[in-house]
Design a binder for this molecule. Sequence first.
Ligand code: SAM
Ligand code: DTB
Ligand code: SF4
Length: 315
Amino acid sequence: MTELRHDWSIDEIIALFALPFNDLIFRAQTIHRENFDPNAVQVSTLLSIKTGGCSEDCGYCSQSARNKTGLERERLIALEEVVEKAQAAKEKGASRFCMGAAWRSPKEKDFVHVLDMVREVRKLGMETCMTLGMLDDDQVQRLKDEGLDYYNHNLDTSPEYYGDVITTRTYQDRLDTLSRVRDAGMSVCSGGIVGMGESSRDRASLLQQLANMPRHPESVPINMLVKVEGTPLSDVDDLDLLDFVRTIAVARIIMPKSMVRLSAGRTEMTDECQALCFLAGANSMFYGERLLTTDNPGADHDMELFDRLGIHSLQ
Ligand code: SAM
Ligand code: DTB
Ligand code: SF4
């Protein structure tokens, strides 16, 4: 039986990253097989329900008002549009619908509409996920009462590197929202971005934070930075994609029962790189033409890739 640990030291995690690639992937795939169907991948579709004009200064994000990315700012979209898009995603085979808003935290006038969205998407028989920024206790409880399944709130990078990327909130703010969501009994989706110029120690430290939470997040998205023109991180050096695969493998080893999500950045990856990510233990991904504001491989391309790999999507 796989043991769930919450006491990983940074040196142990760094040692996993330093294993010969084949040894690391073998270990990750072995643990993956003890816990999951190795040929099944869960697919979620994303929708941006409120785009751009965000007051936060996240260095990677196209939606920060401080980044001159040319992105058009939009208001909260109408409930009907959300339901329409969720229905279409369901028809394309997505089992979860994730709605994202470019907010530091939700305001009451918007929050009531967000609750309607949760209710209506659930009526379609889909799982729901929201990512709305920081939440207080009351907001967490109301989302829970409405039946929200998952809340996404990424730690994004290590505590040590965080201040180099974001200055308008603290790491502790992120941890506080995550523990509220956990305490209310919702499933937690939390991960990070790699390829932001962080060190390999930072990648180990991010995974240590996630694995040493009192419970592992049910879903751990690993995003590869999508470099957006006009953001401070637009011309950061490319990460070796094998280091991206290593990050997935280490996440799989230290959080053996979590879904590890191969998230943003797939359009910059070859099919072969994505196949390595699945071999390393990734077992969920985002499906559909768009992520929030950037491109994702189309559903047709992904279905063809699944076909070539003999992977089926989990319903
Ligand atoms: N505003 C909310 C927040 O920050 O929690 C929710 C939306 S925010 C866009 C959700 C996540 O998208 C971020 O935490 C980050 O991990 C990811 N993200 C944003 N821009 C990205 C980029 N250019 N490349 C990769 N991931 C990105
Ligand atoms: C996550 O970890 N990645 C998704 C989802 N959670 C909300 C978002 C990726 C966003 C990529 C950049 C964009 O499209 O704006
Ligand atoms: Fe705003 Fe979220 Fe983008 Fe940061 S990541 S600027 S909080 S939308």
